[in-house]
Design a protein around this ligand. Structure first.
Ligand code: SAM
Length: 248
């Protein structure tokens, strides 16, 4: 649920509802969502909103009742089916609060299907606040009109990530110490893909060797400048989306 109204005049607010939606169903929304509709957007009974459930698609609903702490939305009709999301994962070493929130929000907007936080030797974050990150994902999906939420995995050690790596998925390894141009790598590798971004301090030499030893790895450069991890993630997702995703 967006913290500030993000809906241009004429467009309807969108809310994520974590239950399967169906025609004529009455949905009781939680206090935070109701307060957002009534206090921030100043909506009244009879106003329309869009709902999506990450299962069945996007629906039009009418506010049947609204109070300060609760609201009931009646589902009126289906607007569209759930999106087919391009098959791209973002594997990233968690970075500090603020930057990781930005990263998760942008990765959702840019269109990734799954995010995998990865613990590396130089990762400075011990524990992840999954619930906070999930809230950022949902807010980003509400604003950017996704109907499918990206999956958010548990924090995974790098060694486990590599040892369980799927055979058919290319791992585009963002390597500031030498990689092909992204454009060339995209020509050579189609199909399911993932991007791997290191922590603020980069990968250690051992980690770099282990990542490169995986047969599915394609080391890629993001240019001559060293980017912050969050910038590198957004740049790499954009390049993949433009070359192999749904931006064409
Ligand atoms: N290794 C650097 C160091 O120790 O100062 C900085 C790491 S950089 C801030 C974080 C991550 O962003 C890197 O591990 C890499 O995955 C990615 N990255 C940053 N700039 C890059 C570039 N020019 N090409 C490829 N990857 C890059």
């Amino acid at each position: 649920m967006p913290a500030t109204p993000a809906w241009p005049p004429g467009s309807l607010p969108r809310l994520f509802i974590d239950t399967a939606l169906a025609i004529d169903e009455e949905i009781v929304i939680d206090a935070a969502q109701a307060s957002y509709l009534v206090r921030v957007l100043r909506l009244k009974a009879g106003a329309q909103v869009k709902l999506f459930d990450n299962r069945t698609g996007e629906w039009l609903a009418e506010i049947a009742h609204i109070g300060k702490r609760d609201a009931i939305l009646r589902v009126e009709g289906k607007l569209r089916e759930r999106d087919d999301v391009p098959d791209l994962w973002l594997c990233f070493a968690p970075i500090k609060k603020g930057r990781i929130d930005w990263l998760v929000e942008k990765a959702c907007e840019l269109g990734v299907a799954r995010m995998v936080p990865v613990r590396t030797q130089r990762t400075i974050v011990d524990k992840l606040k999954q619930e906070r990150l999930k809230a950022h994902l949902i807010e980003a999906a509400e604003q950017c009109e996704r109907t499918a939420l990206p999956e958010l995995s548990e924090l995974t050690p790098l060694a486990a990530l590599l040892s369980d790596w799927p055979e058919d998925r290319t791992l585009f390894y963002a390597a500031e110490r030498g990689g092909d141009s992204f454009r060339a790598a995209l020509v050579a590798h189609d199909g399911p893909a993932a991007i791997l971004i290191g922590p603020e301090g980069g990968f250690t030499d051992d980690e770099d060797r282990a990542i490169r030893a995986l047969p599915q790895t394609a080391p890629v450069s993001l240019g001559p400048r060293i980017l912050r991890a969050d910038t590198a993630a957004a740049a790499a997702i954009s390049l993949w989306m433009a070359g192999r995703g749904d931006w064409n």
